[in-house]
Design a protein around this ligand. Structure first.
Ligand code: HEC
Length: 133
C-alpha cells in the first residue's frame, strides 16, 4: 500500500522538482525562440552570399527580439541573466557590424552569438539533469 502510494507520488515529486526551471519556458518564449532560430539561419545565408541588405535586416530583427522586454522578462532569472546579457550584447554587436557593412566583424559576432545560444541552452539542460537526480 505504502509502495503504491509512493509510486503514485513520484511523478508529482518530479514535477515539483522541475517546476523551478519550467517557468523559463512559456508559449511566448517558445515562439520568440523559433523566430530567433529563423533569423539566425537567415544571417548565415546573408554572410555566405555577401548579401548586405539581408544581413542588416535580419540582424536588426534579431536584435529587436534580443532586447524586447517580452523575451528578457521571461529569462530574467538569476541563473540565466548572465547568459541573456551575453546574447544581447552579441546581437547588438552583430547588428552594428552589419550596419557598417563589415562582413568580417559580422561573421565573428555571429560566431559569438551562436555560442551564446548554445551556452544558455546547455546550461538549461545541465540544470534539468541536475534537478532530476
Ligand atoms: C538566456 C538564455 C537563452 C539564450 C541566449 C537563447 N535561448 Fe533559446 N531557449 C531558452 C529557453 C529558456 C527556452 C525554453 C526551453 C525549454 O523549456 O525547453 C529556449 C528554447 C528555444 C527553442 C525551442 C523553442 C520551442 O519551440 O519551444 C529554440 C529553437 C531556441 N531556443 C533557439 C535559440 C536560438 C537560435 C538562440 C540564439 C540565437 C537562443 N535560443 C538563445 C533560452 C535561451
Amino acid at each position: 500500500m505504502t509502495r503504491r502510494l509512493l509510486t503514485g507520488l513520484l511523478p508529482l515529486i518530479a514535477l515539483f522538482l522541475t517546476a523551478g526551471i519550467a517557468h523559463a519556458q512559456t508559449p511566448r518564449t517558445g515562439t520568440l525562440m523559433r523566430e530567433k532560430l529563423a533569423h539566425s539561419q537567415k544571417i548565415l545565408e546573408a554572410l555566405t552570399t555577401s548579401n548586405q541588405m539581408l544581413l542588416s535586416s535580419e540582424s536588426e530583427a534579431l536584435q529587436r527580439i534580443a532586447e524586447s522586454p517580452q523575451w528578457t522578462a521571461d529569462l530574467r532569472t538569476p541563473e540565466l541573466r548572465s547568459y541573456a546579457d551575453r546574447f544581447i550584447k552579441a546581437a547588438a554587436d552583430l547588428a552594428a557590424a552589419a550596419k557598417r557593412r563589415d562582413f568580417d566583424a559580422a561573421a565573428a559576432q555571429y560566431n559569438t552569438m551562436t555560442t551564446a545560444c548554445y551556452q544558455c541552452h546547455k546550461r538549461l539542460k545541465d540544470t534539468r539533469i541536475a534537478t532530476l537526480r
